[in-house]
Design a binder for this molecule. Structure first.
Ligand code: FMN
Ligand code: 173
Length: 370
């Protein structure tokens, strides 16, 4: 079993329009492919004779602790895939001790998602749950959303900043997929402010959102604030200066600006810009335990997965996501053991190498006299 088996299984059952919604990216999908390709290119160079009987897989993140370094990046519209929607993902995450970032564009209200997570978590464990936010130009609406997330018990806000406009997904355009089908809606946006019961607002993506609103958000909430979608090292430095509590280094799975670099390629530069002052979490193209170890080695505190969660949900609901997380947990543990590492904090850049250049390998025997 591998993550790619979940994709194949999901494709066998999913409406092809929904499969395209999940798989698709912006325009030519160059960045979609680049994310996975960057992991495939990089090589691991293990240490030997220095491991331990068990690996420490737990991570401390702003406001939350998780039992594994793989978290669920925010993804919209889970009820397209299974009737329980986000509740199924939240239960599986809480049982596995994985952090879930609930999407603002969730088809179950954040209060219900949090309640499901609490019930599924082992006794005495607080489920790790963050809320993803698109700052709305109407700050009263934004504040009401923040209050809903805080009241639900979310431990941090993840502000997605790579979406000043909607990404152009040509597959959706070709398929005529523009909205949720009747009966499903963005439940977090129901009955916000305008009183009219049952009224659902549209999520507004606005190019006018700036650091001013990020500063404002930091003033109106005590929750840690992370930014998702910072790619430029200069913006990473600005984020630190604005008192942001963490970065989710993400290109939205190649769904916003096409042709941006793979997140793994940017990681060393972003980690250097941040200089350990705040955690950097990476997502985009993570499909194997070895991918997780590569990202950790290059400076990530944890990694996120997007599409794999959608495939696992489509394939088997809560149980499917449970199997996916168990698989990745085992793969990470295995890769760390094979690297001679005692845990997620025991890996550094010395464990990765670029592939050898094509042609003759330096230092190898060239066929001449020995
Ligand atoms: C179907 C789908 C829906 C998504 N919805 C959201 C969302 O609501 N908010 C958000 O910030 N990112 C969203 N993303 C981006 C993910 O959070 C994440 O950055 C990306 O999927 C990671 O790449 P991966 O799919 O290769 O793991 C979505 C991605 C997919 C595939
Ligand atoms: O598809 C996406 O990537 C995404 O971020 C999104 C946001 C809002 C509604 C639906 C999808």
């Amino acid at each position: 079993m591998a993550v790619r088996d979940f994709e194949a299984a999901a494709r066998a059952t999913l409406d092809p329009v929904h499969a395209d919604f999940i798989a698709g990216g912006a325009h030519d999908e160059i960045t979609v492919r680049a994310n996975e390709a960057a992991f495939r290119r990089l090589r691991l160079l293990p240490r030997v004779l220095r491991g331990s009987a068990e690996r420490e897989l737990g991570v401390e993140l702003p406001g939350a602790r998780a039992r594994m370094p793989v978290l669920l990046s925010p993804t919209a519209f889970h009820r397209l895939l299974v009737p329980e929607g986000e509740v199924a993902a939240a239960r599986a995450a809480a049982s596995a001790g994985a952090l879930m970032i609930a999407s603002m564009a969730s088809t179950v209200a954040i209060g219900e998602v949090a309640e499901a997570a609490r019930k599924a978590a082992p006794d005495g464990e607080q489920p790790a749950l963050w809320f993803q936010l698109y700052i709305q130009p109407d700050l009263e609406i934004t504040e009401a959303l923040v209050r809903r997330a805080a009241d639900a018990g979310c431990q941090a806000l993840v502000v997605t900043v790579d979406s000043p406009v909607h990404g152009t997904h040509e597959r959706n355009r070709r398929n005529g997929f523009h909205d949720l089908p009747p009966g499903l809606r963005c439940e977090n946006l129901v009955d916000l402010r305008d009183g009219e019961s049952g009224h659902v607002r549209q999520i507004v993506m606005s190019p006018e959102i700036s650091w001013t609103q990020v500063d404002w958000l930091r003033r109106i909430t005590d929750l840690p604030v992370l930014l998702k979608g910072v790619l430029h090292p200069e913006d990473a430095r600005l984020a630190v200066r604005h008192g942001v509590d963490g970065l989710l280094l993400s290109n939205h799975g190649g769904r916003q600006l096409d042709t941006v670099p793979a997140t793994l390629e940017l990681l060393p530069e972003i980690a250097a810009a941040v200089g350990g002052r705040i955690p950097v979490i990476l997502d985009g193209g993570v499909r194997r335990g070895t991918d997780v170890v590569k990202a950790l080695a290059l400076g990530a505190s944890a990694v996120g997965i997007g599409r794999p969660v959608m495939w696992a949900l489509a394939d088997g609901g809560e149980a499917g996501v449970g199997r996916l997380l168990e698989l990745l947990r085992d793969e990470v543990d295995d890769a760390l053991a094979l690297c001679g590492a005692t845990g997620v904090r025991d890996v550094g850049p010395e464990l990765v190498r670029p592939p050898a250049p094509p042609g003759r390998v330096p230092g190898s025997w060239d066929g001449g006299p020995v």
